[in-house]
Ligand binder design. Sequence first.
Ligand code: HEC
Ligand code: HEC
Length: 452
Amino acid sequence: MRRFATIIGFVTAVCLVATRLPAETESVNVATGFRLLTEKSYLPGDFDQEAFDNVWQAWPKKLKAKAEKATPEERRAMAYDRYGLTTRPGDDSGRPLQYVVRPDGMWTMNCFSCHGGTVAGQVIPGLPNANFELETLTEEIRLTKLLMKKPLTRMDVGQLAVPLGTNRGLTNAIMFGVGLMAYRDKDLNIVPNRHPPMINHDVDPPPWWNYSRRPRIYIDGYAERGARGLMPFMMVPENGPDQFREWESDFEKIYDYIMSLEPPKYPFEIDEQLAVAGKVAFDANCAECHGTYGDDETYPGRIVPIDKIGTDPVRLTALTPENRKGYGESWFAHYGKQKTIHEPEGYQAPPLNGVWASAPYFHNGAVPTLWDVLNPSKRPDVWRRSSRPFDEENVGLSIDRLEKMPRKLLSKRARRHYFDTNRFGKSNAGHDYPDSLNAEEKRAVLEYLKTL
Ligand code: HEC
Ligand code: HEC
């Protein structure tokens, strides 16, 4: 407690000095932003430490037997691995990056559950969490709570009404937002449910390090960037309209933190000569949409009509013009002062900085590696996550390519490790632009993409 008070005292002191020094305010805000995300809980707790420590009791037999013999630390590592949680960089407390752990032992999901994870053995806050298994975690925590006779909470019950995510690393996040906004007017007062259509589908979060490069956000570029726009996730009934106004200053610091992030560097070897050749091919074939990198960085932010891009269309239509208008007219978008596009024509070409790290690719995560992005006709229709490390050859997730889904009955959790592109919202089609490159140029562009 004393240490906590000292830190608060220190931060306050620096803030006081910083009011006269704008550049320093920003760097203090960056540190405070990260601290708020990991230490302050903006939502009611999901489960307590005791439930998490016992979640192994809900595991399948073999794994449960292994957990039973393990030490508490080993058990925690097994649980983190199972649900896609990590420890915090530079913090040996063992607490997860993805949850706030309150002094009373309650765990509350934070933004890093989807926006922070591991790539090539490195924990990176701001990296899309390709391993998060919210659905499995929620199912197994609920079972543990029932075994331990603990009360159920929001997520345990909510999951029965809204699917959380059908693949490891992907979530139904867009519909969480639509569902929460259905209970709010433009001032964020709580109103009766307006029953918007719910078209459940999974999406892959984008990396936070490109937020600063992207004045219009989300895959369809419908919203403008801003601190209030970072807050919709908090719209649970417990948080009334005044709570949002009170927390806005916190989110200005979180905004500065997200704006400060830079992409991680490719940690393996790069063939520099091949990458130089790749830049030439990239600038001629890809830059008109994705921009240029290096000393002359540009980002056009082009929105490509859906029939031209040809990637999965569900995300574009599942969020309706009414949904976007409701957001645009609300407190989040400063009552229309920020420009919201109600009917975007398609998807916005994202910046590709750090793209080596953010597999799987496309907004629905249907394509496991950069090699597959570059070879549209060879993308696997069904693939399964493997436990092998980062795929350095194809640059992205290590997977097994399958002809079709196995006939044998799979458990719900095992099924989430298979990506079946035949399912609703899961198409891996489209974005055929790399077909204008020959095989040699594709190899070179793949090498160049590692350098961004
Ligand atoms: C359940 C998973 C999940 C959680 C939790 C979550 N996000 Fe996201 N976030 C997403 C997904 C998925 C997208 C992509 C949506 C799209 O483009 O349509 C996204 C997009 C974003 C973007 C837009 C980035 C860009 O370049 O377009 C920002 C910024 C963002 N989230 C911030 C936050 C903050 C801040 C929090 C916590 C208050 C948070 N998110 C919590 C899943 C999540
Ligand atoms: C006409 C515009 C356009 C051209 C040309 C284009 N792209 Fe794209 N690209 C897009 C759009 C739009 C997306 C987003 C598609 C989606 O997520 O559904 C995208 C997505 C990607 C992604 C996935 C990014 C991610 O984080 O998921 C990669 C990688 C990529 N493009 C590489 C390339 C390369 C390499 C070239 C040149 C051979 C190229 N693109 C040419 C518009 C374009």
